[in-house]
Design a protein around this ligand. Sequence first.
Ligand code: NAP
Length: 523
Amino acid sequence: MKTLESYVDGRWHEPTSDFVTLINPSTEEVLAQASSRGVDFGAVLQYAKRRGGPALRAMSLVERGAMLKSMSKVLREKRDELLDLSRLNNGTTPSDGSFDIDGGGATLAYYASLARGFEGGALMTDGAAVPLSRSGEFGGRHIWVSRRGVAVHINAFNFPVWGFAEKAAAALLAGMPVVTKPATSTALVAQRCVEIVLEAGVLPDGALQLICGSTGDLLDRLGPQDVVAFTGSAATAARLRRGERLITANSRFNVEADSLNAAVLAPDVKTGSPVFELFLDDVVREMTQKAGQKCTAVRRLLIPGSLLTDVRDALEGRLGSIVTGNPAEVAVDMGPLASSQQLEDAVAGIVELQQDARLILGSGKRVDGVGSPAGKGFFLEPTLLEAPDSRGATAVHDREVFGPVATLLPYDGAAAAAADLMSMAGGTLVTSVYSDDEEWIGAFVECGASDTGRIYIGSEATIGEGLGSGAALPQSLHGGPGRAGGGEELGGMVGVQLYMQRLAIQGGQGMLGRLTGESQPAE
Ligand code: NAP
């Protein structure tokens, strides 16, 4: 059986015990095993700090940008191999796999392009120079500099390529060496990505290390210049946040966590209209893409009471025609959940939702998948529920079921009522709103904007243009308040600045101008 090795301290480390097995979720065949047993995490940090950090900081931003471009290129060249691995280990259809793999490559390429604004070795500044004396000769401005620590990236199971790439792009551009740790259950794809990048020799030594398996005592060794970027469940995030070392060293800790995202249909949308169809298309895609295993997937569907029957009927029809099964079969639209544990958790979650909602579509239980042996595979059909008492449906606002599952919640059509329901989840990554009524949208934004990280507006003008609320694009902020983790990734240079230190620099204005080269961050 293939053993996934960690790449640490400049070499591949072969573990000998404490293995976790990686499984094909469509067939339950064992694919590989992984463990980080025996990794010296102190040496990992030292290698990054002594070799990777100085080498990266010696490069200009433009050179680091070129490095990201090369990473994007070598990963793109292996796209077909990565798609195969993703199907095997993540159970993805070709389009689900490409969402992850092409999304990762595009994010690297985008960050490569941002570096172009820094030709000539200019420092990264923030805002204009401000006079601090009566004559104005003494002044100040803010600059961003690379943190001299290590970027530790802990990723969720659902996006092994994009998760690796989006975090690495920002950290490497900022000049920080990366230690990346994929979720063990789907580490096959991420491990291969790191191997491809290392084999291509596009990074300096120490710039990228990989942990397959547990992080051991890594987090207990971090210092004030280090950054942890975590993506995963709110429960794990809360546990890690309480880590004594993280607290005492005050290492920067960014969290991207759960989210009970809402899709909101406004009352101006008429049954059968183009925006009504757009809403249905988007909901079906956001529920079923990657079998609903996306942090940005829709979980709650807020529908004006007058449109509820039409929406329910239409969704029942569309979701009912989705073919669930082994993505190796061309007829299959939606693959399995990624592991037996994910399936168990989703099934338990549907039971919890039924405290407040009735099942409209789906059995809420494991099913056999098309093209998979009977009794094998972690398949769950698209599942639609409906809660008559939207405000009283606490489980629906509280329980993230990480699968193709969403609940219809009727409301009275008022923007404030919709925003209020959206906010009941305690902070989300994204909210999608479907309407052409700008006044209504303005009222919704006013009431609910602070409870979500992104508002995606679907209207007649965006039909055929918008990529859907589930796409976390590098140009826009990814993250959300409260339960969603409170973190900020992507969003252009905002994502890079997670790995940099902002400081004020004060002195003679002429000297400050020469020091900084007067450049502004490129967006
Ligand atoms: P998870 O169980 O919380 O695991 C996330 C990562 O944390 C994995 O790499 C896991 O490693 C690691 N981990 C667990 N315990 C750890 C510890 N004590 N120390 C260090 N690392 C530890 O989440 P998941 O099941 O992979 O992912 C699903 C969740 O992620 C969902 O709730 C989803 O909403 C969320 N998510 C959020 C975003 C976002 O951007 N906001 C994106 C994707 C997913 P092992 O695999 O080795 O246990």
